[in-house]
Design a protein around this ligand. Structure first.
Ligand code: FDA
Length: 310
């Protein structure tokens, strides 16, 4: 409950234009802890740096709720430019996209623009042996995202496209089971949006319990799971579950956000687990940054200290 109140308070304050302007003006230094620069080149440098610690990367061009169809298509072009740049630099690209950023919900040429643009991105990623994960956004988008995921797996195969399920939604365990026939590559997260009690567990304990059930069910069904959390107790329990059920270390991976629990990321990689950092980059960093602050007061303190230092 307190977590919910904290998150709601931060996201409400962060949504105010005056706060946004102040943070945009003075906050970039702090944001760099969580965002790997504004260009593909800075993001690619972060990929190389993490590789030295045995950590894999997931690149994410920031940009949410982009308005016009032309902007969405431009955004998709920018993702493709990044795929090209990564490939040219010897990296097998692994990227995440938000379907809203590439036009989901807008129709063009008789088809959802998000699907058209996702197809272009996945096609290019596949040429390079890469992978595209469809991030999950707020709950009104879940049905369409899962339907488009199913279409894209049908067209490109599960080796090149995955998606995300959020344990805070009541519906998610059913959604997971309904995807089983695809043998999908799924990232399991707790969920980052401010959702009403009508659709999401208000209590953190319920979100955590659902998280464990989802990971165990997906692993138990023999699917590849991206365990995306910084929660050490869950990470420990997943390690124990895998050991107890003879699930090898290459049948799943741990995923964490760039700049968060770097110690844990390095320790897991050193212990032979697959670890991938989610590396956001780009000029539109403010909404992403706000969500990270909303996740824990520790991050708010980090920013406040930085701003006071001037
Ligand atoms: P929880 O919030 O319970 O935190 C567990 C522990 O980790 C606590 O000790 C906490 O302090 C620490 N911690 C958590 N977040 C921290 C932070 N930002 N800074 C410092 N410490 C932190 N969401 C979504 O809705 N759609 C999506 O597509 C994705 N994608 C995604 C990819 C990856 C790789 C990750 C790691 C996360 C996402 N998320 C997401 C975000 C996710 O839903 C969730 O909001 C965050 O991961 C925080 O929840 P935790 O599971 O870490 O647990």
């Amino acid at each position: 409950m307190i977590d919910q109140l904290y998150r709601k308070a931060v996201l409400t304050v962060a949504g105010q234009k005056t706060i946004e302007n102040a943070v945009r003006a003075r906050g970039w230094g702090m944001a760099q802890r969580f965002v790997a620069g504004e260009t593909p080149q800075t993001a690619i440098q972060a990929v190389h740096d993490l590789k030295k610690d045995g950590i894999m990367a997931n690149l994410d061009l920031l940009g949410e709720f982009i308005e016009s169809p032309a902007q969405c298509t431009q955004f998709a072009d920018n993702v493709i430019t990044m795929l090209d740049a990564a490939h040219a630099d010897g990296i097998t690209p692994y990227v995440s996209i938000k379907l809203s950023s590439v036009g989901q919900g807008k129709t063009e040429g008789g088809e959802d623009l998000g699907l058209t643009n996702a197809r272009r991105i996945i096609r290019r990623a596949r040429e390079y042996g890469g992978f595209v994960c469809l991030d999950m956004e707020d709950h009104p988008r879940v049905d369409q995202t899962l339907a488009q995921f199913r279409t894209l797996v049908g067209e490109f195969g599960g080796q090149h496209v995955g998606t995300v399920l959020q344990s805070y939604l009541y519906r998610t365990e059913k959604d997971r089971a309904s995807l089983d026939d695809l043998k999908p590559n799924l990232r399991i997260v707790k969920g980052a949006y401010l959702e009403p009690e009508t659709v999401a567990y208000p209590q953190k304990a319920d979100v955590d319990a659902a998280y464990r059930r989802l990971v165990y069910a997906h692993m138990g069904a023999g699917n590849y799971v991206n365990v995306a959390t910084h929660d050490e107790s869950i990470i420990h329990d997943v390690q124990m579950y895998a050991l107890a059920h003879g699930i090898s270390k290459d049948a799943f991976e741990f995923q964490m956000l760039y700049g968060i629990r770097r110690d844990l990321q390095r320790n897991l990689a050193a212990a032979g687990y697959r670890v991938r950092a989610y590396i956001p980059y780009g000029r539109d960093w403010y909404p992403y940054f706000s969500r990270r602050i909303a996740e824990t007061p520790r991050n708010a303190m980090f920013v406040l200290r930085g701003m006071l230092k001037g």
